[in-house]
Design a protein around this ligand. Structure first.
Ligand SMILES: Cc1cc2nc3c(=O)[nH]c(=O)nc-3n(C[C@H](O)[C@H](O)[C@H](O)COP(=O)(O)O)c2cc1C
Length: 380
């Protein structure tokens, strides 16, 4: 029944051995930003277990305001610049390739979510398009102690700031492909910097980087355009976006497919190949007119490929509590949607932390290991 998930997929010049991706998951096991042998083993174990594409945990770009504590006490986040980190990542890439899987890094700038005074450059101010964290008092899972008391967290980014951040992303993308990564993933969701440009509550600009939906896509569009120019035509670019923000779980970038097209089509034109629509439940309809999920609509409105994620193989969505997260057999539902052509890839998150051999077991129709939330705290 699940065979077609195991068909190869060619995106530009790269052929993935199957349609199962590992969703990007921050783990924080890279002291000083450098992934060590334990990180290489962790990813290689998933490649050996049958994952076709690994999207790494979010990796901080080479900009002083990119990284810090983003509300969950993040630390030991990897980077993609400097010899030590690049040597570390090269070992990871080679270890994953040895098992036939592909691997791309997720490039990250925390933007409004970085807590002031944290990260490798604590004195550098928080950087956001309009100096605002977003509206206070919305539904969020962030600890109250980590929500700013004032939504004004900095000054609006200047043209020089914008240029510096664009450069940082491009440098890291170039570094990544130079050491053998198979493409680039961009973190454009969850309330971080790129999403701060996309969301009307955090982008209040009236220059060329703000305005209506299409204009709020100008920054990510320029970012994608420059990354495409830097990495050439043969490697895929994945773009993650989300309606929900950590500042506001109920936020929407678009209320209907027409609005979604306004957000995503500029990015498709600039060179995105796969839209990674981050939702917490893959089987949730995005808009009332059909059962189709957000990945389905991203594919339909852009004509590009898309990837579904959220609650695959587990009974609870991310942020719906770590306690009581258990295995759930919803693969039949997933495959039915996939076979209808709703999306092209599926991204598994927590099941792959719990059971590195999950794809292999799926292909053999064996039961996965029962999900154990304790696995989220260690690197195996
Ligand atoms: C421990 C953990 C860390 C995560 N870190 C990231 C991240 O660095 N970047 C990202 O885009 N999403 C991150 N996510 C979200 C996952 O990529 C995924 O979208 C989410 O867990 C839903 O998939 P699942 O239900 O299969 O776990 C993280 C999720 C978890 C559980």
């Amino acid at each position: 029944m699940t065979n077609r998930l195991f068909d190869p997929l060619t995106i530009r010049g790269v052929t993935l051995p199957n349609r199962i991706a590992m969703s990007p998951m921050t783990r924080g096991f890279s002291p000083n930003g450098v992934p060590g042998a334990n990180v290489a083993e962790y990813y290689a174990r998933r490649a050996a277990g049958g994952v076709g594409l690994i999207i790494t945990e979010a990796v901080g770009v080479d900009h002083p305001a990119a990284l810090g504590d983003a509300g969950l006490g993040e630390d030991h986040i990897p980077v993609l610049h400097g010899k030590a980190a690049l040597d570390g990542w090269k070992t990871v890439v080679d270890a994953v390739h040895a098992h036939g899987a592909k691997i791309i890094p997720q490039l990250w700038h925390q933007g409004a979510m970085r807590l002031p005074g944290t990260g490798p450059f604590p004195d550098v101010p928080v950087m956001t398009p309009s100096g605002t964290w977003g509206p206070l008092g919305r539904t969020t899972s962030i600890l109250a102690s980590k929500i700013p008391s004032d939504s004004k967290v900095g000054a609006p980014m200047t043209e020089d700031d914008i240029e510096a951040v664009l450069d940082a992303f491009v440098r890291c993308a170039a570094n990544a492909v130079a050491i053998g990564f198979d493409g680039i993933a961009i973190h454009g969701g969850h309330g971080y910097l790129i999403d701060n440009f996309l969301w009307e509550e955090t982008n209040l600009r009236d220059d060329r980087w703000g305005g209506d939906r299409t204009r709020r896509s100008a920054f990510p569009k320029e970012l994608v355009r420059r990354i495409r120019a830097a990495i050439g035509p043969d490697l895929p670019i994945f773009f993650r976006f989300s309606d929900w923000k950590q500042q506001d779980f109920r936020a929407r970038l678009a209320q209907n497919p027409e609005e979604l097209a306004e957000v995503l089509c500029p990015l498709a034109e600039a060179g995105v190949d796969v839209f990674d629509a981050s939702v917490r439940y893959f089987d949730k309809a995005a808009y009332p007119e059909s059962q189709m999920n957000l990945a389905g609509w991203a594919k339909k409105v852009t004509g590009k490929m898309s990837m579904a994620v959220g609650g695959i193989g587990v009974n609870k969505g991310m942020f719906d509590g770590d306690k009581g997260v258990a295995t759930r057999d919803n693969i039949g539902l997933l495959v039915a949607r996939f076979e209808r052509g709703e999306f092209d890839l599926v991204a598994a998150g927590r099941v792959l932390i719990g059971d590195p051999r999950w794809p292999q077991r799926l292909s053999r129709q064996e039961q996965p290991d029962p999900f154990d939330p304790a696995t989220l705290d260690r690197l195996y």
